[in-house]
Design a protein around this ligand. Structure first.
Ligand SMILES: C[S@@+](CC[C@H](N)C(=O)[O-])C[C@H]1O[C@@H](n2cnc3c(N)ncnc32)[C@H](O)[C@@H]1O
Length: 357
């Protein structure tokens, strides 16, 4: 089997029981959001949003959620070499900040190690029927595919989905403009949830009516021996998805850089899970996965280390709760001095306008 090696490669599995114990009681609830202001635990378990590093959060979750998560979607930094800046409008005041870092000083070893040690633990959290969708692009997807082969097994590769975003400007003087991302899909076992998705055809098409006879596909014929046609208006979704990049005019647009289109997540969640299943996004950004999971009646766990991400995710989920009755949300973090100051300053309730730069 081909294996990727890099400087200081380590899966930390020898240390797992120690790390589980260290992080067992590491997080505190700092807010509970429910429509009727009840603070009691929902009998099906609350949705959970963690503000912190997803590595420590996943060690924490191993205590109660091992093999409990049905679908994991990950949209990590892509090793793009840039940081993602935002400008913030707070009343009359305007200031700049960083939404998240993706500048690794060309140190691919650190990047690979960052994802490797996390994916090893995320796999432990995935249920036996679970799927993982890992969203990347040309910068590192070829390396990470080898890492996924190593962690999940080559046979657990399901698909490489090409997200073709035709509406994003991409310069390309000495190369073709880049217009797609890669979403690698792996399963935990050979028996996994996979729902068929169908999409409408551009125009109705006449097709031969066929049926399976003793394992062989045969044309259906009428009494006179003529083949029979049927008109089809939809088709099975394949692995190239033409979905636009989210535009500022969209109602869902938050201003968070690299916010993914909700239609992309809608497909992923419908394919890989059923109502009531538990979905996790450990790099949740502006919370797209959690919002879509919530609307599709899935339970969810979200995590991000950026306060702007938690700010936007929380706002989006509260807005959803203004319109419909939904499960409560618990917000967790490890409350150190810095976090305590941010929470006590009322940061999450401020009216901020966030714009990508
Ligand atoms: C590409 S963005 C996700 C965008 C998101 N899918 C959306 O639709 O808005 C990546 C996110 O990962 C977060 N992140 C990066 N490293 C992290 C870590 N170690 N733990 C938690 N979050 C992390 C960043 O703060 C950033 O918000």
């Amino acid at each position: 089997m081909v294996k990727l090696v890099w400087k200081n490669k380590n899966d930390f599995l020898n240390d797992i029981s120690r790390l589980k114990t260290i992080y067992r009681d590491y997080y505190n609830t700092f807010e509970m959001i429910s429509q009727n202001n009840s603070t009691s635990k929902n009998q099906n378990g609350n949705n959970m949003l963690f503000w912190g590093d997803n590595l420590n959060v996943s060690y924490h979750l191993l205590n109660n959620f091992e093999e409990k998560i049905d679908l994991i979607y990950l949209d990590p930094p892509f090793f793009s070499g840039s940081n993602y800046n935002i400008s913030i409008l707070e009343g009359e005041a305007k200031y700049d900040s960083i939404a998240y870092f993706d500048c690794w000083n060309k140190d691919i070893d650190s990047y690979l190690q960052m994802l490797y040690e996390r994916i090893v633990i995320f796999k432990k959290l995935l249920s036996k029927k679970g799927l993982i969708f890992l969203h990347l692009d040309w910068h590192a997807s070829h390396y990470i595919k080898l890492i996924l082969d190593e962690i999940f097994g080559k046979n657990r590769f399901i698909n490489e989905i090409i997200w073709y975003y035709y509406n994003k400007y991409s310069a390309g003087k000495k190369n073709l403009p880049r217009a797609h991302d890669n979403i690698l899909v792996y399963s935990k076992s050979s028996d996994f949830t996979f729902n068929e998705e169908r999409i409408p055809r551009k125009k109705p098409t006449k097709q031969l009516k066929r049926e399976m006879v003793n394992g062989v596909l045969k044309n259906v014929k009428d009494e006179d021996g003529h083949v029979i046609y049927r008109t089809v208006t939809d088709k099975k979704l394949d692995d190239v998805w033409k979905i636009p990049c989210l535009q500022p005019a969209s109602k869902e647009y938050t201003g968070f850089p690299t916010q993914k289109h909700h239609d992309l997540l809608d497909r992923i969640i419908k394919i890989g899970s059923n109502e009531g299943d538990l979905i996790a996004d450990f790099f949740c950004g502006s919370g797209t996965t959690l919002v879509v999971a919530d609307k599709l009646n899935r339970k969810w766990i979200g995590c991000d280390m950026s306060k702007y991400s938690i700010y936007l995710t929380r706002k989006r989920l509260i807005n959803l709760r203004k319109m419909e009755t939904r499960h409560p949300i618990e917000l967790y973090t490890h409350i150190d001095e810095e976090k305590e100051n941010i929470i006590n300053s009322g940061f999450f309730d401020k009216e901020l306008k966030i714009k990508r730069k």
